[in-house]
Design a protein around this ligand. Structure first.
Ligand SMILES: NC(=O)c1ccc[n+]([C@@H]2O[C@H](COP(=O)([O-])OP(=O)(O)OC[C@H]3O[C@@H](n4cnc5c(N)ncnc54)[C@H](OP(=O)(O)O)[C@@H]3O)[C@@H](O)[C@H]2O)c1
Length: 243
């Protein structure tokens, strides 16, 4: 039986690649993001079972999304908490509205979706949750303390849920990418906030991470073969976390 995966932030960037990889490997996928036209295009590429456009920060949308995906699939076996948002800002200059916005999308939304997804996974005695963190949550990133803190919160969530759900055959893991050239980070370099050569110099492998590297790992973590891996925080960062 094909397992069913709900992937947040799958209209573009890393999430779109995760959705494609999972669909190529026989998983059924349900996509979500805010940009409906990109979502439709991506859903076609993945032969998605369904998709729904909306803002995950809106609790009503989040619950509607969950119910719709469940109705389409019958059950959700795999939850990929990938949607996230970044802000580059020295702490004293950070717009107050960003505090709620970043914590809500990067930490509360994954928690809320886990809360909704876990009952069926327990009932079915099978489940996979993969959270997408960041290397910034592991080592800290100057001028991105809000983002770093929200991603560090996912470490606690992942470990605690892994312990809580282990006996139900549900695994919970965290993947922490280094720099990936997506719409989220490209403006940092094109707008001159960060210098690409300088950043690459800090990475032992001197390179960007490709989305396909992340989707391959997520695909493995979602598979039967990875049943013994739980509560792990895995850095996929070309050595950036080594300091
Ligand atoms: N890129 C990197 O260097 C990097 C490094 C470490 C970790 N990460 C993490 O990897 C994940 C994916 O990032 P990415 O680089 O692929 O970013 P991206 O290209 O900006 O894609 C983000 C995805 O999340 C969706 N999204 C954003 N805000 C949303 C909201 N409020 N409601 C619903 N969907 C929303 C976007 O949908 P729409 O565009 O349709 O709104 C899009 O599908 C994030 O959690 C990010 O923190 C990225």
């Amino acid at each position: 039986m094909a397992r069913a995966a709900l992937i947040t932030g799958s209209s573009g960037g890393i999430g779109a690649d995760i959705a494609l990889k999972l669909s190529q490997n026989g998983f059924k996928v349900f996509l979500t993001g805010r940009n409906e036209s990109r979502l439709i295009e991506q859903a076609k590429k993945c032969s998605a079972i369904g998709y729904m456009a909306g803002d995950l920060s809106d609790d009503n949308f989040l619950e509607l999304l969950f119910r719709s995906a469940k109705d389409k699939f019958g059950q959700i076996d795999i939850l990929i908490n990938n949607a996230g948002s970044y802000v580059w800002s020295p702490v004293e200059k950070t717009d107050k509205s960003k505090i709620d916005e970043i914590f809500r999308l990067n930490l509360q939304v994954p928690y809320k979706l886990c809360r909704l997804a876990v009952s069926d996974m327990k009932f079915n005695k099978w489940g996979r949750i993969v959270n997408i963190g960041s290397i910034s949550g592991i080592v800290g990133e100057a001028n991105a303390s809000l983002y770093s803190a929200s991603k560090a919160g996912l470490i606690g969530l992942t470990k605690a849920l892994a312990l809580e759900l282990a006996e139900h055959n549900i695994t919970v893991n965290l993947v922490n990418p280094g720099w990936v050239k997506t719409e989220m980070v490209e403006p940092l370099f094109t707008d001159g906030i960060l210098d690409e050569a300088e950043q690459m110099d800090m990475i032992p492998q001197r390179r960007w991470i490709e989305p396909c590297e992340i989707s391959a790992l997520v695909n493995y973590l979602a598979s039967e073969d990875a049943r013994g891996i739980t509560g792990q925080s895995i850095n996929l960062c070309a050595g950036l976390s080594l300091g």
